[in-house]
Design a binder for this molecule. Structure first.
Ligand code: ADP
Ligand code: ZN
Length: 739
């Protein structure tokens, strides 16, 4: 046996603290970094803000004399990452179409000199022969594929140029590949592994819950008012408003500007617009938002992929997205810095119809096949039930991605906060309203219908003899306002149609009849529902923060960033600025203890920060040098998924079966099966006899040796389908642990 090389992790840890200023690694980051250093392929799935970039950046920085190539879909993403790395004093370079010949030559020279640790490139460039031979010459052995879901057409952001990356595995047979994505569906995950031809990858899946996000879903009513109410809650903060179409983007931007908001728009060009002008406008919006000179963007979903800004405090959707994956990706752009943020979704029944029609059209025009059409439809059903369901939003999202959610009350969604008050008799009320619309001959508006239902004997009603109708007075116990509100909810849900004439008239539609026949149930909310509350995360994240100092630090950062031509978050994240305004340090030592303040940043900005904080604390009369105890440890819930796995380890050590451990921990057998694989890979036990009978194990080893470890299906078939997949996986893990 060869001597075990010494554990590189403590050294990496020190390097991370020095350059990035982070005190500790998140559990999955540690595993991802280990896989990378052990030269084992990996697929790292973590939600946005989970800290994926460190997983490839830290090993790259650690391996002197070697270059890691990072493939990234967008120039702006690359630029931000390179800027942030430079700010942490790590040599990184990007080659993209914006470089001129001289810059390219310069870049090539630096790369050949061997000082550069990370090279960022687009997939298109990666596919050129010239670039590939250059990388060979440089001896590249490590590739990181960022936003790896772009390779899968099951994902929400398929990019054909990513698909071609499949071929680089053959060109660089010696290299290891590491995929990174925030898209968590099993299908996409498997597709990435297949497409990138990952070899026995370490698949590391993080906890998909984002406890710092507060989710709200509201039926769309007076949507401009709803937008304004959201903006009111987020004065002085940054956010994105997503609209479903270019026209809606334009209308809302104009409206907000009229109202005095510094809003900018971002969308594709209208057919009658010059494409160049639009590209120019988009770039202006993008740059202003990145630089923090504009905090509010109204956009179609095209905006965002390139947005690395970590301090978004809200993302508002004015229409329903077409899948939960899309929603998770788009809304997930909020609160990447781990601080509280709000995700609000406004929807109406029509949104679903619109997406369905679009998918059907795409199918008819042969742009998608039947499988994809069916897939889109089922995705629509899922997001629709997210919108209309009454189950905790965090729970729905987490369970959608196949994970368990163990918290009863999340304290961070409209339902758990008790903000939504449903009318218990909703369906019956809806039936009464709809039949009244029928009785009055579909010739009157909401006001009249409400009066009839309330049993008002006014002149008009008496004259029309509507007091003789069977629906007269059916809702006499409810106030006029409530009935009118329900009418508009029904219209919003498209269970009732309202004409758009000068005097709008209510008419029944197909769905109305479904409701009246009792084939469809309805949920109506009560008026005057509770005002939006603050989540626990929000309370905690502001605790002890002096807001004027925090604001002053943000202004200081914005100016500095604009002088240096970088995005503010590449200097400091909001979380560090909040901690500084909590502790209010007077010495460099104390400042250095704050997460995100690495050595270089301390040297560069320490004096300026101490000066600003000292001056303001004195002015306001605040205590300084508070204990760093006031700092919150990193949100623990992120770590729950992996913690749960290790929780099972002692039982495995005792030789307990998967079923037994599942019983003890109260988890699903399949989940515990995953834990066992993790246990075997990590703890490398001498034998797997407690879980697989020796005879079965030997047969499986034989089959796996013959058909390979990568795909389990051939081995499964060779074993006459007698050995379940779970068992084969355990044996493969055992073989890996031994080799
Ligand atoms: P992702 O790429 O997964 O969306 P990022 O790599 O942008 O996430 O990291 C998200 C946030 O977490 C950033 O603000 C980053 O500075 C912070 N972060 C990452 N790793 C750590 C760590 N180990 N300790 C503290 N903060 C971290
Ligand atoms: Zn909840």
């Amino acid at each position: 046996m060869t001597a075990m090389p010494k554990d590189p992790l403590p050294e990496i840890q020190a390097l991370i603290t020095r350059h990035w200023g982070y005190r500790e690694l998140r559990p999955l980051q540690e595993q991802a970094i280990r896989a990378n250093l052990e030269r084992r392929d990996s697929l790292v799935v973590m939600p946005t803000g989970g800290g994926k970039s460190l997983c490839f950046q830290a090993p790259a920085a650690y391996r002197t004399g070697e270059i890691t190539v990072v493939i990234s879909p967008l120039i702006s993403l690359m630029k931000d990452q390179v800027d942030a790395l430079k700010a942490a004093e790590i040599a990184a370079i990007r080659v993209d179409s914006t470089l001129d010949e001289e810059e390219k030559t310069q870049a090539a020279r630096e790369l050949r000199a061997g000082r550069v640790r990370l090279l960022f490139a687009s997939p298109e460039r990666m596919m050129t022969d010239r670039f590939q031979s250059f990388l060979k010459e440089l001896g590249v052995r490590t590739f990181a594929i960022d936003e790896a879901h772009c390779i899968s057409h099951w994902g929400h952001d398929f990019r054909p140029e990513y698909r071609q990356l499949a071929s680089i595995r053959e060109k660089f047979p010696e290299a290891t590949f590491h995929g990174f994505t925030a898209t968590a569906t099993e299908q996409v995950r498997q597709d990435i592994i297949d497409q990138l031809k990952l070899r026995n990858p370490a698949v590391l899946v993080g906890n998909f819950d984002r406890p710092n996000l507060l989710y709200r879903v509201l039926p769309r009513k007076n949507f401009v008012d709803q937008v304004l109410a959201t903006l009111e809650r987020h004065r002085g903060q940054a956010g994105i408003i997503y609209c479903p179409s270019r026209n809606k983007v334009d209308q809302l931007t104009v409206r907000l500007k009229d109202l005095g908001y510094n809003a900018m728009h971002y969308r594709a060009a209208h057919p009658d617009e010059s494409a160049d002008q639009n590209t120019y406008d988009r770039k202006a919006t993008h740059d202003a938002f990145r630089a923090g000179t504009c905090d509010l963007v109204v956009a179609t979903v095209a905006f965002g992929m390139g947005i690395d800004r970590s301090d978004l405090r809200f993302v508002l959707h004015t229409g329903m997205p077409k899948s939960i994956e899309h929603y998770q990706q788009e809304a997930g752009r909020a609160g990447r810095d781990g601080l509280e943020a709000e995700c609000i979704l406004l929807h109406s029944g029509g949104d679903m119809m619109m997406w369905k029609k679009m998918a059907e059209k795409a199918f008819e025009e042969k742009r998608i096949d039947r499988a994809l059409l069916e897939h889109s439809k089922s995705q629509l059903e899922q997001i629709n039930s997210y919108c209309n369901g009454s189950k905790c939003r965090h729970r729905v999202l987490v369970e959608h991605f196949g994970q368990e959610f163990t918290i009863e009350n999340c304290g961070a969604c409209d339902l758990c906060l008790g903000e939504i008050d449903f009318e218990p008799d909703s369906t019956v009320i809806a039936q009464k309203i709809l039949s009244c619309v029928a009785r009055v001959g579909e010739r009157f508006g909401g006001g009249h219908v409400a009066s009839v239902l309330r049993g008002v004997e006014n002149e008009r009603i008496l004259k029309l003899e509507h007091n003789q109708l069977s629906t007269f007075g059916l809702l006499k116990d409810y106030p006029d306002r409530a009935i009118r509100d329900w009418v508009s909810q029904l219209v919003g849900e498209e269970l009732l149609t309202q004409t758009s004439d000068e005097y709008p008239v209510l008419k029944l539609n197909g769905e109305s009849w479904q409701v009246m026949k009792g084939k469809r149930s309805v949920r109506l909310t009560r008026l005057g529902k509770a005002a939006p509350k603050r989540s626990q995360a929000e309370e905690a994240n502001w605790e002890g923060v002096n807001v004027p100092i925090f604001d002053a630090l943000r202004n200081w950062r914005r100016e500095l960033a604009s002088r240096n031509g970088v995005a503010p978050f590449t200097i400091f994240h909001d979380s560090s600025l909040r901690d500084i305004s909590r502790v209010r340090p007077t010495t460099l030592d104390k400042l250095h203890q704050i997460s995100g303040v690495g050595e270089l940043k301390l040297k560069q900005y320490g004096a300026a920060i101490l000066e600003l904080v000292g001056r303001m604390s004195k002015e306001i009369g605040l205590s300084a040098d508070n204990s760093t105890e006031v700092l919150k440890p990193e949100t623990k819930s992120r770590q729950v998924a992996t913690m749960a796995a290790t929780e099972a380890f002692p039982y495995f050590r005792e030789g307990k079966s998967v079923a037994e451990v599942a019983q003890i921990l109260g988890k699903a057998v399949s989940t515990v099966g995953d834990y066992l694989v993790g246990f075997i890979e990590e703890k490398k036990p001498e034998s797997i006899d407690p879980w697989v009978a020796p005879a079965v194990r030997d047969r499986a080893i034989e089959a796996i040796n013959e058909y390979g470890r990568l795909r389990l299906k051939p081995a499964f078939l060779a074993l006459n389908q007698e050995v379940p997949y779970e068992t084969i996986r355990v044996v493969v893990a055992f073989m890996n642990a031994r080799s």
